[in-house]
Design a protein around this ligand. Structure first.
Ligand SMILES: [Zn+2]
Length: 92
């Protein structure tokens, strides 16, 4: 399976989590306050970190969720078809 397809599957999982967040994030927040929301918030932030650090271009290591513009980088929720740094095709 290509990195591009894996990235989209991960984004589908993220969207499922986002849709169900009233149950696993906001319901504990309403019941137990900020302490109740901390595990859900950590879980959510870990998914953002996973999108940037676990999905990497096999050539240069750049995330498909990142677009490099000069010395800056922009992160976005949709994966790129080709690497923004080395132009490697991520769909193969
Ligand atoms: Zn690359």
């Amino acid at each position: 399976m290509s990195l591009y397809r894996k990235s989209w599957l991960f984004m589908a999982w993220i969207m499922l989590l986002f849709i169900t967040s009233p149950f696993w994030l906001f319901l504990p927040f309403v019941r137990w306050g900020l302490i109740g929301a901390l595990p859900g918030a950590a879980f959510w932030l870990a998914h953002g970190a996973a999108a940037l650090w676990l999905f990497r271009c096999p050539e240069c290591g750049t995330s498909p969720f990142t677009t490099r513009i000069g010395f800056m980088a922009i992160s976005h929720p949709w994966p790129r078809r080709s690497c923004s740094k080395c132009e490697q095709d991520l769909t193969v």
